[in-house]
Structure formats: structure tokens, C-alpha cells
Design a protein around this ligand. Structure first.
Ligand SMILES: Nc1ncnc2c1ncn2[C@@H]1O[C@H](COP(=O)(O)OP(=O)(O)O)[C@@H](O)[C@H]1O
Ligand SMILES: [Mg+2]
Length: 262
């Protein structure tokens, strides 16, 4: 790819992933740079979640290489894998909180799994994460059923930040939120990126997110990256799906402030 930089935090090369007789990712190449928010788009069912899960090691690949933090994910020992897993946080598409646990207890799940902390420190760290995502302190002892959709997303984000990750994977984090809630969530992600120096890989259908929160965008089509670059690059791209996505009726309806790119 044209924008390759010396030290991408994630580097995917010639990635092939399939299920039975279907090939979903067909030799995909993608670099994610340290400190950027990369938005990942593409038609539904094309493999955006599959790519995310494959990078995370949850789906086996048929071939290709995935390097994270400069390390090849193949041939890592279990200990090395666990250390890498501590350096990323994940918010899945349907990533629900554990309904039987309070917000605080949800946030503490990864901490209990990976860190050996006293109860006092666990509470203190959970309190910090809750503050970080803009929830009120009282939210700590609430159960998911007592929260609004936006608050649940924030709580889930707090849980994904539990181990102070360097990379955040967000799979359609604003789906199900109204536009204002979605916008606020994007602002929060952008703020966290700035203040914590996070790298964010965000699958999204939300055009507003792509305009306001993402530094670069990559588009998936037919198992490969059709294009990757800043929004202007994507807006100028000739690919039919990109044209209809960014310039079609839906785009015109969604893009705010009369700033219509046609
Ligand atoms: N574990 C699985 N087993 C079989 N097929 C799967 C599995 N996970 C995803 N798929 C298929 O892979 C394709 C891509 O799915 P997905 O990555 O979820 O799409 P999206 O781009 O909407 O996130 C879909 O056709 C889906 O049905
Ligand atoms: Mg998906």
C-alpha cells in the first residue's frame, strides 16, 4: 500500500480466511499506524468482524501474516500471546456486559483475570475507568438493566480500557445508539485517543464517525482492501461502492451541516 510507514502497530499481509467452501478474506493487506483512529467500512457480511476477530486470534487464518507490536502472531508462546492480549482492548459488535454483574464488577473482570490486585486497588481502578468514559460515579453499582443504551456502551468501553490497552478494537460501537448518542461516543473515543495515546481500529457504518473521529479509513470489498486513506482520499475514489457509500442518497441524508460532498 502506498501509505506504508516504517512501524505500523498492526500489519496484515496476504491474509486469507474462510469457512468451509467460502473464502471471506482473499489476500488482504492492511497497516494500522500507531496513534491513529482507523475507521473500517464495507458492505454488511463482507468480513469486517471476521478480520477483527482474526487479528485478535479468535478465528484461524488459512494463510498470511499478522504482526502486532512488530511481532508475528504465529509462533508466539502462550505467555507471549497473553502479554499481547493485555495490550489491546476489545468492544465487540454485540459485546454485552455480564448482566449479573454491576458496572464496576464488569470492569474488574479483565483486571481479575490478568492482574493480581487488592480489592481496594480494583475498586480504585474501576472508579478511574468509570470517570474516564464520562459515567457518573453512581453508575459503578448499577446493573446493565438499569442503564440506557449509551451508558451501556460507555460501561463496555470502560471494561475494554480495564488493562490500559495501547490498541482498542471497536466493532460497530455506536450501532443501536441515536445520532446524538453516537456522536458523543465518537467524541469520547477521539478524546481517549488523544489523552491516552491509543490506536483505535473501529468498524463502523456511521458516516459522521468517519468524518469527525477517524484519521484514516479503510474499505473492505470482495475480501480485500479497496482503498485506504484519509476521508478526502476516500471521497475522491472511483470505486462504485465507495462512490455510492460516500456520495449516495444515504450519505446526503446523513452528512450534517449542509456540508455535502457530491
Ligand atoms: N464462525 C463463522 N462460521 C461461518 N461463517 C462465518 C463465521 N463468522 C462469519 N461468517 C460469515 O462470514 C461473512 C462475513 O461476516 P462478518 O465478518 O460478520 O461480516 P461484517 O462485514 O458484516 O462484519 C458472513 O457471510 C458470515 O456469515
Ligand atoms: Mg460485523
Amino acid at each position: 500500500m502506498q501509505e506504508t510507514q516504517p512501524d505500523p502497530i498492526i500489519s496484515v499481509r496476504d491474509l486469507v480466511v474462510g469457512f468451509r467452501d467460502r473464502t471471506i478474506l482473499k489476500g488482504l493487506n492492511l497497516d494500522i499506524r500507531r496513534g491513529e483512529i482507523m475507521g473500517f467500512v464495507g458492505p454488511s457480511g463482507q468480513g469486517k468482524s471476521v478480520l477483527t476477530r482474526t487479528i485478535l486470534g479468535l478465528i484461524p487464518k488459512r494463510s498470511g501474516t499478522i504482526r502486532v507490536f512488530g511481532q508475528d502472531m504465529d509462533g508466539m508462546s502462550l505467555g507471549e500471546r497473553r502479554r499481547v492480549e493485555q495490550r489491546w482492548g476489545v468492544l465487540f459488535q454485540h459485546g454485552a456486559l455480564f448482566s449479573a454483574l454491576t458496572v464496576k464488577q464488569n470492569i474488574q473482570v479483565p483486571m481479575r483475570e490478568h492482574l493480581n490486585l487488592s480489592e481496594r486497588l480494583l475498586d480504585e481502578f474501576a472508579r478511574l475507568k468509570i470517570e474516564m468514559v464520562g459515567l457518573k460515579p453512581e453508575a459503578a453499582d448499577k446493573y446493565p438493566s438499569e442503564l440506557s443504551g449509551g451508558m451501556i456502551k460507555r460501561a463496555a468501553l470502560a471494561r475494554s480500557l480495564a488493562l490500559d490497552p495501547e490498541i482498542l478494537f471497536l466493532d460497530e460501537p455506536t450501532s443501536g445508539l441515536d445520532p446524538i448518542g453516537a456522536g458523543e461516543f465518537d467524541d469520547l473515543v477521539a478524546t481517549l485517543k488523544r489523552t491516552l495515546g491509543l490506536t483505535v481500529f473501529m468498524v463502523t457504518h456511521d458516516l459522521d464517525s468517519l468524518y469527525t473521529a477517524c484519521d484514516r479509513i479503510a474499505a473492505l470489498g470482495d475480501g480485500q482492501i479497496i482503498a485506504a486513506g484519509p476521508i478526502d482520499h476516500m471521497l475522491a475514489h472511483e470505486h462504485p461502492w465507495l462512490r455510492s457509500y460516500f456520495h449516495g442518497k444515504r450519505a446526503r441524508a446523513i452528512v450534517t451541516g449542509g456540508d455535502i460532498h457530491v
